[in-house]
Design a protein around this ligand. Structure first.
Ligand code: PEP
Length: 250
């Protein structure tokens, strides 16, 4: 059995002011002091620095929720990988379905962003997932394969193990309609196969499930062999609830 450290990430989306982010970190740290998991907090851009400073000296890592692929330039409102690295941010969420849906993030852009993140030393957390219609039409694997092939096209096989992939079915995000552990396992195993076909050391890649994970359902989802962790939205806004998910991961 490959040794993959469980990975639990909190995607706060457009929630928490800087003061609220600080309060959360102070409440969370004592609750997860004994964890062996990789715990990653993804605050808004303006709270990144505060969270980075508050978690110093702990194993908690910090990720941005997006970045632009260019090194610099005339891209008003955007943030580069170098700007994140300067703050000691370690990872970045890319391709979240809300960014694909509301902000026109395309697979073509992701094909540039993922290698740009890796080149800058940021760990990409690449989100993929099908709509309810695609699942109902039996298209889940087709959608996942298309997204993975497109978004990872610019990544050398040797570098693929440095990418974290989050399987996030759109129908499960923020809806309370959590995928069953079997659905999560099937999709994560399929993703591992697809990445393996690209020549990657697939048994080293961490694949997360995301979609209405909470403390009460985390252990069952995380017990599946190909589900290496969770990307958590709503339940990650409360330190007690999020700590419960971390605890379920071990
Ligand atoms: C997410 O936005 O990545 C997510 C999984 O949200 P939620 O946990 O609220 O479904």
């Amino acid at each position: 059995m490959p040794d993959r450290t469980p990975y639990i990430a909190a995607n706060w989306k457009m929630n928490k002011t800087v003061a609220e982010a600080a309060e959360f970190v102070d409440a969370l740290l004592p609750r997860i002091a004994a964890t062996q998991c990789d715990v990653v907090l993804c605050p808004s851009f303006i709270a990144l620095n505060e969270v980075v400073e508050r978690r110093r000296g702990t194993a908690v890592r910090v990720a941005a929720q997006n970045m632009h692929e260019a090194e610099s330039g005339a891209f008003t409102g955007e943030i580069s990988a170098a700007m994140l690295v300067e703050l000691d941010v370690e990872a970045v969420v890319l391709g979240h379905s809300e960014r694909r849906q509301y902000f026109g993030e395309t697979d073509e852009a992701l094909a540039r962003k993922v290698p740009a993140a890796l080149a800058a030393g940021l760990e990409p957390i690449l989100c993929v997932g099908e709509s309810a219609e695609a699942r109902a039409g039996g298209e889940t694997e087709t959608v996942l394969e298309r997204q993975l092939q497109a978004d990872l096209a610019g990544v050398e096989p040797a570098d693929l193990a440095g990418v974290v992939i989050a399987y996030e079915p759109i129908w499960a995000i923020g809806t309370g309609a959590t995928a069953t552990p079997e659905q999560a396992q099937d999709a994560c195993a399929f993703i591992r196969d697809v990445v393996g076909m690209r020549g990657a050391a697939a048994d080293r890649i961490r694949i997360l499930y995301g979609g209405s994970v909470k403390a009460a359902n985390a252990a069952e989802l995380l017990s599946k062999p190909d589900v290496d962790g969770a990307l958590v939205g709503g339940a990650a806004l409360d330190p007690e609830e999020f700590a419960g998910i971390v605890e379920a991961a071990g």
